[in-house]
Design a protein. Structure first.
Length: 436
């Protein structure tokens, strides 16, 4: 058993015993009350699941095992670059410890050794029209890899429930290892006539991904390391993470669970928003006839957009009430490497003018930018202007947090999710009973 797997097993066994003891003594403790508006409002804010790898605070933003993004940028190993390695974040999410440089390098090698993708997965992709949306291709490729699921195979053999975590861990490691190869294959077949680039096992996970996409700029490689780190997790209540968690609670294998999550991420109210932001920016600059608009011009266009009944993509968040720390991390990167880029400067002008305008409406709980408002501008700077692929990048990163959380769910013996639903008629009768 390798070091990370053994460490996870030790920590999970200890925590499982702690949880059992806590529930035995405090299982009937009332945590909170549910409002009718939450019942009808998408279960917003209702505490109904345990998700170990990260937690989102409305004012402080995302924390991975208690660490903020600025703290992680200082503490996580950077390997041959200047940005945190995603391997280090995965290690932290899985076992709650900041890894050493040697531990991160060992994980890079471990993933490289698991990165071979079955040939039939490429055949599935090649059977699709090249102009099929990349997220459809990505979803199908992930599901196709389920034929190799360790969990499914061992479950069919009669695996003990106490070993569910072990099989899930193996699938999780294989899935993460393979995703850059699958995603880059989709990218090259969709936009470069199938001119594929073979992996380089000497590179770290994100650097190899950048290499297979076809980008050799070292700064772009660092951007991929940062991008894969900050998009990796956002607690369990977001649509994609919760979808994977729900599907996996049925004991569907991690591949099928993650494929479901990617179906959720592809929605315009979730991961697809990142491509909507950059499209909005170019629509604005084209309409204004300049890529160097004044703040006044930007403000006028924003107001016209709102007056027409549309929203400003990249602004607002279901939970956050401050600027998204992931936006800030990307802004810091841009300030260091591409502050003179015209589109980046448009993003910054939007940051100055949009929040006051939204705030003045008196209806917006969070007028601040989210992670999607900056990522497209950074990618476009390096010539990565295939907007429909942006959500696939998001998906590759999101796998890190999701599958780490699935390992914990199976280690702690998480139950089948089955919330109670009600009808509108029930709600009417309930209100009537309270008023009588």
């Amino acid at each position: 058993m390798n070091v990370l797997k053994e460490k996870f097993n030790e920590k999970a066994a200890k925590q499982k015993a702690e949880v059992r003891a806590m529930l035995k003594e405090h299982g009937n403790t009332i945590v909170g009350e549910v409002k009718l508006s939450q019942v009808f409002g998408g279960a917003r804010g209702i505490k109904t699941m345990v998700y170990e790898t990260s937690q989102l605070d409305a004012n402080e933003g995302i924390r991975f095992r208690g660490y903020s993004i600025p703290e992680l940028k200082k503490l996580l190993p950077t390997g041959d670059g200047n940005e945190p390695l995603p391997e280090g974040l995965f290690w932290l999410m899985l076992v709650g410890e900041i890894p050493t440089e040697d531990e991160v390098r060992s994980l890079s090698k471990e993933w490289a050794s698991r990165a071979d993708v079955p040939d039939h997965v490429f055949k599935v992709l090649d059977s699709l029209p090249a102009d099929t949306h990349p997220m459809i291709q990505f979803n199908m490729a992930i599901a196709a890899m389920s034929t190799d699921s360790v969990f499914s195979s061992r479950y069919a053999e009669g695996m003990s429930k106490s070993d569910y975590w072990d099989a899930t861990y193996e699938d999780a490691m294989n899935l993460i290892a393979r995703l850059p190869r699958v995603a880059s294959y989709i990218y090259r077949r969709s936009y470069f006539d199938g001119d594929h680039i073979q992996p380089d096992s000497k590179l770290d996970w994100a650097a190899n991904f950048a290499h297979m996409l076809g980008y050799k700029d070292e700064t772009f490689t660092d951007l991929m390391r940062l991008y894969m780190t900050i998009h990796a997790d956002h607690e369990g209540g977001n649509a994609s993470a919760h979808t994977a968690f729900l599907i996996n609670s049925t004991l569907a294998d991690p591949y099928l669970s993650f494929a479901g999550a990617m179906g959720s991420l592809a929605g315009p109210l979730h991961g697809l928003a990142n491509q909507e932001v950059i499209k909005f920016i170019f629509e604005m600059t084209d309409s204004l006839g300049t890529r160097n608009p004044t703040k006044e011009q930007v403000a006028d266009f924003v107001q016209q957009t709102l007056d027409s009944g549309k929203v400003i993509p990249g602004y607002g968040h279901a939970v956050l009430r401050q600027p998204d720390p992931r936006f800030t991390a990307q802004k810091v990167f841009a300030e260091e490497h591409l502050a003179d880029d015209e589109i980046v400067q448009v993003v910054w002008k939007l940051f100055e003018v949009v929040p006051p305008i939204l705030d003045s409406l008196g209806k917006v709980k969070n007028p601040w930018p989210n992670v999607d408002s900056h990522s497209g501008a950074l990618l476009v700077h390096y010539g990565f202007d295939q907007y429909s692929f942006y959500t696939v990048l998001f998906g590759v990163s999101r796998a890190l947090g999701v599958v780490a959380a699935l390992c914990w769910a199976r280690a702690l013996g998480g139950p089948l999710e089955r919330p109670k639903s009600v009808t509108t008629e029930w709600a009417k009768e309930f209100i009537a009973s309270k008023q009588s």
